[in-house]
Design a protein around this ligand. Structure first.
Ligand SMILES: C[S@@+](CC[C@H](N)C(=O)[O-])C[C@H]1O[C@@H](n2cnc3c(N)ncnc32)[C@H](O)[C@@H]1O
Length: 224
């Protein structure tokens, strides 16, 4: 099985369930992991692109023949059974993920890896009654955010209380910062300084961003 660090970390957030859906599956590696590790009984792989879906169909052909995997070509959750327990949506923009959820349905468990706008995704999940049980940044050639959210009634997940910093940067990043996250903050500070130097005049929005990131960085670097 293909095991990039990103795929390995995504798979690590998936829990055992009866029914699993991989929305925007492309190659289908995470569904392969769920099946090979016996973490789900049945899975649906979906993609808006028939070409992308065909990669998952090829990878998972034995499971499709067995009737354990159903491939569907559709936007978002359109053809995903509403009683699906756990849904993965990875590698898309945060805005795209939010429109998929708004136009579809809210499953008991979600694993999301938004390429942008993670704070908006966090806010939406919390507003809709989810508990975000994992929420961290990692580096695999670039920086990625991954979130696991569950309805508290699903498996009794403890509700974690989000303040402004947790919403902006991610709960686990703030409460137990990893070297990858601190490296991301360092890189963001460097980018802000480079933009300010290039502008050669005050840029209040960038100055404010630099001030906030620097403050968080110093608080966290002191605590590790
Ligand atoms: C960058 S790939 C990510 C593939 C895989 N989920 C991963 O994380 O490795 C994004 C995939 O999402 C699909 N996609 C984009 N928008 C979609 C939507 N609204 N509904 C379903 N699939 C979508 C694309 O066709 C593409 O195959």
């Amino acid at each position: 099985m293909k095991q990039t660090k990103r795929i390995r970390l995504l798979c690590g957030q998936l829990a055992p369930c009866e029914t699993f859906a991989d929305v925007g599956c492309d190659h289908g590696y995470c569904t392969q992991y769920m099946l090979e590790e016996n973490l789900c009984r049945r899975a649906v792989v979906s993609d808006i692109s028939a070409g992308s879906l065909s990669k998952a169909e090829k990878l998972l052909s034995a499971y499709i023949a067995e009737g354990r995997v159903a491939p569907v070509c559709c936007p978002g959750l359109e053809k995903i059974p509403r009683d699906t327990e756990q849904v993965l949506i990875a590698g898309m923009g945060g805005e795209e993920i939010l429109s998929i959820l708004r136009e579809g349905f809210l499953p008991p468990a979600l694993v999301l890896q938004p390429m942008r706008h993670a704070p908006k995704v966090r806010a939406y999940l919390l507003e809709n009654g989810y508990s975000i049980v994992r929420d961290f940044t990692f580096f695999d050639g670039k920086f990625y955010d991954v979130l696991r959210a569950e309805f508290p009634a699903y498996r009794g997940a403890a509700v974690r209380s989000y303040g402004e910093r947790e919403l902006t940067f991610g709960f686990d990043n703030i409460r137990s910062p990893s070297p990858d996250f601190l490296q991301m903050l360092e890189e963001e500070m460097r980018k802000c300084r480079a933009r300010l130097a290039a502008a050669q005049k005050p840029v209040p929005a960038v100055e404010e961003k630099l001030r906030r990131i620097t403050e968080v960085y110093h608080d966290l670097a002191r605590s590790v």
